[in-house]
Design a protein around this ligand. Structure first.
Ligand SMILES: *[C@@H]1O[C@H](CO)[C@@H](O)[C@H](O)[C@H]1NC(C)=O
Ligand SMILES: *[C@@H]1O[C@H](CO)[C@@H](O)[C@H](O)[C@H]1NC(C)=O
Length: 416
């Protein structure tokens, strides 16, 4: 009996067991089925995504190609324009060298025109009214105003507002050099220093002689007792102040009448470094302004920025020194106007020179108040830019071309 009961129980358990197993298996199958379905869906999606991604990549590549092509065309066009511009500039230069004008002719013709206009007006007035018009109306400029008064302190509160005009006078000598006129006195002589190291100065009696000369064979010259270094020299008050490199840098004061050395000095500056990042041959640049002579230099101690000092032309003593905020890097040249240092910058591949840092020793002007002043683009880089305080123009040497830049000034207080 017990055996039968056990047997029945066992078979019941077995039946129940097999039922449970079947249900479990079915459950597992549906689960797995749905999982499979989802995996298939994922596959589908990821296939779609990757093909979409591929398409997108292709599109982007195509767009990039087009952009590249467009850039090439634009670059080609720009190069063409540049070449044409260059050619035009050269043609203008050629025309200018064929018809050299004396530097003042523009002003003169303008004044004559003005005069004639006034004369005509006067005649018309007299014809209409029948009575003579009073001479020298209020707004008429008297002829004596032709050359502005110079070296008056009150005249010297000006700052550069722009480069008003440029004139290419000649192509003479090598890439680097310096040409200048004495701003003191009435001498018309033009002094030309060809190269950043030589001992022979050419002296042309007048500007015209320089622009018209075709060879230096007959040009008077001065052989200096020691060769010069750099392009930082200046003729001032009948003396030449030039830089010589012996063991140290020396400033030599040379009497141009007697052709003798008057004085020489080693400046109290230690460990000098090139003062302009783009014109490495200059360690000392002596410049003139309305107030006298200045020395622009740089030292190892203040490696990044340009320094300025006031030079006594009498005994070559340094009166005062300043560290300026103007960086040496990418500086090409500099000059002082009315006690303010203007540093001209360019790029290693020469582009347009620009005044981008200003330092006023009286502290009334600072760089942020002065707009950047651009020079017209010419040939290469300026190896020297000498400001002539009498003429308010810059004698520049640009890759062997001698150029005059006429400056437009405005009063300091208009800056604010
Ligand atoms: C100085 O320049 C002349 C040409 O003007 C040249 O013949 C001469 O070799 C130069 N001298 C030096 C020392 O470079
Ligand atoms: C040059 O020397 C002569 C003779 O000593 C002198 O008369 C003349 O004034 C000097 N020139 C300058 C600019 O100092």
């Amino acid at each position: 009996m017990a055996g039968i009961v056990a047997c029945v129980l066992l078979s019941v358990v077995t039946v129940v067991n097999s039922q449970v197993q079947t249900a479990f298996l079915e459950y597992m199958q549906t689960r797995m089925g749905s999982l499979e379905e989802r995996i298939a869906q994922w596959h589908d999606h990821s296939n779609r995504y990757s093909s979409e991604l591929r398409d997108f990549k292709n599109q982007v590549l195509k767009m990039l190609e087009n952009i590249e092509k467009e850039r090439d065309t634009v670059r080609n066009e720009m190069e063409n324009t540049n070449v044409r511009l260059d050619r035009l500039e050269r043609e203008v230069d050629y025309l200018e060298t064929q018809n050299p004008e004396p530097p003042c002719v523009d002003i003169d013709t303008k004044l004559t025109e003005l005069h004639q206009q006034k004369k005509k007006k006067k005649e018309k007035y007299e014809k209409l009214t029948g009575c003579p018009k009073a001479e020298l109306a209020e707004n008429e400029e008297p002829d004596v105003q032709l050359s502005p008064p110079v070296n008056r302190k009150s005249y010297c509160s000006d700052t550069i507002s722009q480069v008003n005009a440029m004139k290419i006078l000649k192509r003479f000598g090598s890439n680097a050099g310096l040409w200048t006129k004495d701003p003191i006195g009435n001498s018309e002589k033009v002094y030309v220093f060809d190269g950043a190291g030589n001992d022979t100065v050419f002296v042309f009696s007048r500007m015209k002689e320089f622009t018209l000369s075709s060879s230096t064979r007959k040009v008077p010259r001065i052989k200096l007792p020691y060769p010069w270094i750099g392009t930082g020299h200046i003729v001032y008050g009948g003396n030449l102040f030039y830089i010589r490199q012996d063991e140290e840098f020396q400033v030599i004061k040379f009497n141009l009448t007697t052709k003798t050395i008057v004085d020489s000095a080693v400046l109290p500056i230690e460990q000098q470094v090139p003062v302009y990042g783009l014109s490495k041959f200059n360690y000392i640049d002596i410049v003139a302004d309305e107030e006298g002579l200045w020395v622009i230099y740089a030292t190892k101690e203040n490696e990044k920025n340009i320094c300025l000092a006031k030079l006594d032309p009498g005994n070559l003593g340094i009166e005062q020194m300043w560290d300026t905020p103007c960086p040496i890097e990418n500086a090409e040249s500099a000059f002082v106007v009315c006690g303010t240092l203007y540093v001209v910058y360019n790029t290693k591949l020469p582009s347009r020179s620009r005044i981008q840092c200003v330092f006023d020793v009286s502290g009334t002007i600072s760089s942020e108040h002065v707009p950047i002043v651009y020079f017209p683009k010419r040939y290469g880089s300026h190896s020297s830019m000498k400001y002539n305080p009498k003429e308010k123009q810059i004698y520049a040497w640009d890759d062997g071309y001698q150029i005059l830049y006429k400056l437009n000034m405005k009063p300091r207080d208009e800056l604010y």
